[in-house]
Design a protein. Structure first.
Ligand code: PLP
Length: 480
């Protein structure tokens, strides 16, 4: 097998048949005739299909097996979403079309924003940001302009030590200075330390709810009050909203700005650089800072509004990743209010069930109960010379995607596991059994774990070299 379809097939086969010409031939300007071959692969239909199926089967994806990648919410992406988003009524649109011609698309944007407001309790959403990190940046820009208008020179953003690296990165990109708030023994924000850190230089308290350890900040009410009385805003990283849907509305507990990840919580495919969407929601007194254009409704017509006096401007061309909106909206409509709540309930039940089973063979720094995910630790296997990375590699041999590892940084040998609500009990049991088997192998045959994976198309890699030189990890000889 050779590398690409270009190299694999070039022997003049064809997958298409053009009928004999039964019209009179007319002269063809020789200038326009191609003088060199196209270089396109010449292949039969069956060979194309087999080539791509083979590639797909070498790859790992959510349609192939469980994908317990913590903090990534790798849930099943319903096919109906793709069907709807792929219909020509949506794919045939162009953002420069006249408002009158795209009333349906505008209505969808308007309705999706309204649904997100209902789910979160925020006053308004902008769908323009195209990733979670982009939403964070947009939120920080709103905070920056809010204090600029108020002529307050606040420079610090307080970020818990369990936060995603994107949080402090967004803070710095926006010209603020991040300051780390250490978590307490229980994995939650230490409110005594928070109290000491809060002052008239604090612009924002940026927290993740539930936090990245999968824990709900039970003092969130107090934290919000403390931040507000210091004159700061509260930003919520809502990438983990899967755990809160229909149960907690951030707007109701005093969050000022938040983002969602449609590509996590609302079932749109992600990973591999696919399109994302990180909508930003704000409370009423911050709506005038949102990016433009806004979609507005007058009577029963939809239109754009770009003259928001205090807007931070545009953060993306056009309106954001429209086809992601279509999928997320289809998902929300299909579930309805009660289905939305069931998502969170089942995500929480699945995570707690799995946490209990896994904790028989792996350490838990924070015993829970957890929300949608939990962080286990492989530190108990260190005595056999086995590390978390070996456990992760060995899982691949059993046909399971590895969890997130070595994150959050505050858990030694971390294994961050998020089963999501779309996995059945049988699948969770299988995963727990495999994890138990691997813990046994660590004791009995640590060398096997050091070599793992031993059954995948690509074996154990020098990861640094592979990241720098993709050719490095190609499993086949050229032209083989
Ligand atoms: C995934 C995630 C992000 C980043 O989202 P991207 O879409 O990858 O930019 C930020 N914060 C948390 C808590 C996340 O889980």
């Amino acid at each position: 097998m050779s590398r690409t379809i270009f190299e694999r097939f070039s022997d003049g086969k064809s997958g298409s048949f053009i009928p004999e010409n039964d019209c009179p031939e007319v002269g063809f300007d020789i200038l326009f005739q191609r003088k060199t071959p196209t270089g396109l692969p010449a292949v039969g239909e069956q060979e194309v299909i087999r080539h791509y199926v083979e590639l797909a089967s070498m790859n790992y994806h959510i349609d192939k097996g469980m994908y317990p990648l913590g903090s990534c919410t790798m849930k099943y992406n319903p096919v109906v979403n793709e069907e709807i988003a792929g219909s020509v009524q949506f794919t045939g649109l162009h953002p420069l079309q006249d408002e009158e011609d795209v009333q349906g698309a505008l209505e969808l944007i308007y309705n999706l924003e309204a649904a997100l407001c209902e789910i979160t309790g925020m006053a308004e959403f902008s769908l323009q940001p195209v990733a979670g990190a982009h939403g964070e940046l947009t939120g920080m820009m709103i905070a920056r302009d809010y204090f600029r208008v108020r002529k307050e020179n606040r420079k610090t953003v307080l970020v818990p030590d369990s936060a995603h690296g994107t949080n402090p990165a967004s803070v710095v990109t926006c010209g603020f200075t991040p300051r780390t708030v250490p978590s307490g023994e229980d994995g939650l924000i230490d409110i005594e330390i928070l109290g000491k850190e809060l002052d008239d230089d604090t612009a924002v308290v940026m927290l993740t709810l539930p936090n990245t350890l999968g824990l709900f900040e039970k003092d969130i009410g107090k934290i919000v009050k403390m931040a507000h009385s210091a004159g700061a805003l509260v930003y919520m990283d809502g990438a983990n909203m899967n755990a809160l849907l229909g149960i907690v509305r951030p707007g109701d507990i005093g969050i000022d700005i938040m983002h969602l990840n449609l590509h996590k919580t609302f079932s749109t495919p992600h990973g591999g650089g696919g399109p994302g969407s990180g909508p930003v929601g704000v409370v009423k007194h911050l709506t005038e800072f949102l990016p433009v254009p806004r979609v507005v409704k007058e009577g029963d017509r939809f239109g754009f509004c770009s003259d928001l006096e205090k807007t931070i401007g545009k953060v993306h061309p056009w309106y954001g990743n429209f086809n992601v909106f279509v999928k997320a909206y289809a998902y929300i409509c299909a579930l309805g209010a009660s289905g939305i709540r069931e998502v969170a309930e089942n995500a929480i039940i699945n995570a707690n069930y799995l946490m209990k089973k896994i904790s028989r063979h792996y350490d838990l720094k924070y015993p829970g109960p957890c929300m949608h995910e939990f962080v286990a630790s492989g530190r108990n296997l260190k005595k056999y010379g086995v590390r978390t990375t070996d456990v992760a590699k060995r899982l691949l041999d059993y046909g399971i995607h590895a969890p997130t590892i070595y994150f959050p940084l505050i858990v030694e040998e971390a294994l961050m596991i998020e089963p999501v609500e779309t996995e059945k009990k049988e699948t969770l049991d299988h995963f727990a059994d495999v994890m138990e088997k691997i813990a046994g192998e660590a004791k009995d045959d640590p060398d096997l774990l050091h070599r793992a994976p031993v059954t995948t198309p690509v074996r154990r890699l020098d990861e640094t070299a592979a990241a720098r030189d993709p050719e490095f990890c190609w499993p086949f000889e050229k032209g083989e």
